[in-house]
Design a binder for this molecule. Sequence first.
Ligand code: 5RP
Length: 220
Amino acid sequence: MSEAKRLAGEKAIDYVEDGMIVGVGTGSTVAFFIDALAKVKERIAGAVSSSEQSTQRLRAHGIEVLDLNATGPLSLYVDGADECDPHKRLIKGGGAALTREKIIAEASAKFVCIIDPAKRVDVLGKFPLPVEVIPMARSLVAREILALTRAQPVWRQDAEGRGVVTDNGNGILDIHGLAITDPVALESALNQIPGVVSVGLFARRPADVVIVGGEPPQVL
Ligand code: 5RP
């Protein structure tokens, strides 16, 4: 599977143009993209990063990391996904970076999503849907999610049983057991719950291009 991720990450370099500031997502597929980006780093003006993890990797390669407030809109955002449906709508946030990922996707003219073939689904929801939540609202949001979806929200914990803390200082509720027939409607409804910071459904702003890693990579 990591071979497919590498092939997808390397193929995304085709979308990098001279002088670009590149939006960079988070995860193991993106790590391959960052490593490939390092090989053409003289051609780009820098990167905007979606997580501390990606920032570290970019800086380790000598790629300058810029503030989105300073760069303004971006031409290109490259990121992975946990699930991708036939309309290029996504579930993201398996790496807890969904909020910054969503911000950069929104700011970017083209969102290129890089995945391995196992991420392709007909209906989103088998992968638990991540929701970033303000800590004091955790129980409230969980109750409202249950009432809205009848599916089970689970507070994400690390291996030691501590609540996962995002780069923004918040927690994650993962909603298990969904079959998302109307992703745009669910994204909007969950976004309305007070205490929800963002929802890992990328349906209102789906990917523009999906690269499925393989030999050769498939571009959708
Ligand atoms: C992080 C994400 C990732 O893109 C998603 O979890 C896929 O990760 P990987 O490339 O490691 O399979 O949304 O928040």
